[in-house]
Design a binder for this molecule. Structure first.
Ligand SMILES: [Zn+2]
Length: 76
């Protein structure tokens, strides 16, 4: 019986030593943000609205606008 108790302690100790380690806490997972490169933001030259460069409308001089209407309206 005593042998069984010792065996239990040894097995328990080995399990405690080799148990899978808890992973360190990680910051908030932002898979979407990591998967896509951060979008470069531009400000509309008419109303100063910030929008991703990919969604901006550019005029012939390269000024970004938030919409076709503001591009036609021109600079402030
Ligand atoms: Zn605008």
């Amino acid at each position: 019986m005593k042998f069984l108790l010792v065996l239990l302690v040894v097995v328990g100790g080995l399990w405690w030593l080799w148990r899978p380690r808890a992973k360190p806490p990680r910051g908030p997972v932002r898979k979407g943000a990591e998967a896509t490169a951060p979008a470069e933001m531009v400000a509309c030259a008419h109303c100063d609205l910030r929008l991703p460069r990919a969604e901006a409308v550019f005029d012939s001089e390269g000024y970004p606008f938030c919409s076709e209407a503001h591009r036609r309206a021109g600079l402030r």
